[in-house]
Design a protein around this ligand. Structure first.
Ligand code: URA
Length: 234
């Protein structure tokens, strides 16, 4: 089995993150620094950061969190900021966030140790719809959203067609529901910046049919069997 798949199945990281760890020289197979694409088989000793990865079966765990703003979506932060890991109750095993929400963005975050599911959900070809509630400074009309719907240029590449509609508007702010199928860096914020508007509040409210509602800020619950089966089928 490929080393990145092995680490994903062990719940160490998503396959992509596992590749980063391998490239950074943090993974050893039988005492030798592993290379990208290396394979492991029964009887091999795998270490991450010089800690042995158990060959035992790992229990897979799946959670949904309402990430508050002011928290980073990484396992550890080199600037010492609070991370989503700090919000996990003691009873939760080693899980990691699936994809990212910005420091200032709140809302639906899946956390799991199922690296294969994480890999599939975040893979660009999966095109899973993610809906955000964005509050924009000032008044907007449906027409103003047309460039967002048809695609704006970010780093020289057009964003894919997406859905956007106004939920509420007044002199002070406009609330917009935006559904994108990509996951580019700060995508929703930058799409509005591209039309000269400022997002003052951003929250992810759903991933596919999986909804955030019912969870308070910072709260976490286990996903149900049905929700897990749904995500695996996406
Ligand atoms: N778009 C953003 O701008 N930020 C996020 O965290 C997610 C999508």
């Amino acid at each position: 089995m490929r080393i990145n798949k092995f680490l994903a199945e062990k719940g160490i990281a998503s396959r992509r993150h596992a590749d980063e760890m391998i490239s950074a020289g943090r993974v050893k197979i039988n005492g030798q620094i592993a290379t990208l694409g290396a394979s492991v088989e029964e009887g091999d000793e795998v270490m991450v950061d010089d800690v042995i990865v158990s060959m035992e079966e790992t229990k897979l765990e799946y959670y949904i969190m309402n990430k508050p703003k002011g928290v980073v979506c990484t396992v550890s932060d080199d600037r010492g900021r609070k991370t989503v890991m700090d919000l996990l109750p003691e009873s939760v095993g080693r899980v990691f966030p699936v994809g990212r929400l910005d420091y200032a963005t709140e809302g639906l975050l899946i956390m799991t140790n199922d690296g294969d599911l994480a890999f599939r959900l975040t893979h660009p070809t999966a095109e899973i719809p993610k809906t955000y509630m964005a509050r924009i400074e000032g008044t907007l009309t449906e027409k103003d959203l047309n460039p967002i719907r048809s695609g704006v240029e970010l780093d020289g590449v057009l964003t894919k067609k997406c859905k956007a509609h106004i939920v509420e508007t007044n002199k002070a702010y406009t609330k917009v529901h935006v559904t994108i199928t990509e996951g580019r860096n700060r995508q929703v914020r930058r799409m509005f910046e591209a039309i000269g508007r400022n997002v003052e509040f951003l929250k992810r409210v759903s991933i596919g049919q999986l909804k955030l509602k019912g969870l308070d800020r910072g709260e976490i619950r286990e996903l149900t069997e049905m929700e897990i089966a749904y995500l695996k089928g996406l």
